[in-house]
Write a protein that binds this ligand. Structure first.
Ligand SMILES: [Fe+2]
Length: 191
């Protein structure tokens, strides 16, 4: 079975957006890769992000304590696979076990499949879309990412077929043009 090549990042939801960013900058001597009012990405090494923060005041303004679902805590953890083939093989293996992703998305820096464990904890299985850290960093600081920092959804069964047909991974890793995908309800934000 294909195994993850590394643990990549953790994303937190917070109602102390700026304070959390400053804390992780100080504690990990992390640098800010990208920030908008809803999202911030930080890293401390050559990974494109090691932490991200989702601002609940923007993403889920009606949330706790006034009655919504989302509250501060872990949004998801992410594991990287070495290749798109490894990710697709994992998708196929899990599908046979009746485990399906709730959100297949080409984020831009990564191609990702989000799963939920039995407790509802979210896990992202991803493949880096860029061969080098410099390319990924440049992408995250560029216009394509700021115009759509979420990504564009895809069909994983179609991806499996494209890989079988021999479509080059390079082609399949690239994010197509498109507006930001809506965050699915299974991701646990919003009322
Ligand atoms: Fe992630």
């Amino acid at each position: 079975m294909a195994k993850p090549s590394k643990f990549a990042h953790i994303v937190y939801r917070t109602r102390r957006f700026e304070e959390m960013i400053r804390w992780y900058e100080a504690v990990f001597e992390a640098r800010l890769q990208y920030q908008n009012p809803a999202l911030a990405f930080l890293t401390y090494d050559d990974e494109h992000h090691r932490f991200a923060f989702g601002n609940l005041e923007v993403l889920d303004p009606a949330g706790k304590p006034s009655g919504g679902k989302a509250d501060a805590g872990v949004d998801h953890v992410a594991y990287t696979y070495a290749s798109l083939r490894d990710l697709a093989d994992t998708y196929t293996r899990l599908k046979k076990l009746g485990i399906k992703p709730y959100w297949p998305i080409r984020h831009g820096p990564t191609v990702s499949l989000y799963y939920r464990d039995p407790d509802g904890n979210r896990i992202e299985f991803q493949v880096d879309s860029f061969a080098t850290a410099d390319e990924a960093n440049a992408y995250m600081r560029g216009d394509a990412f700021s115009s759509n920092p979420i990504g564009v959804n895809f069909d994983p069964d179609e991806l499996v077929e494209q890989i079988k047909k021999g479509v080059p991974e390079q082609e399949l890793l690239a994010r197509p043009e498109g507006p930001p995908a809506p965050i699915p309800r299974e991701h646990g934000l919003g009322a």
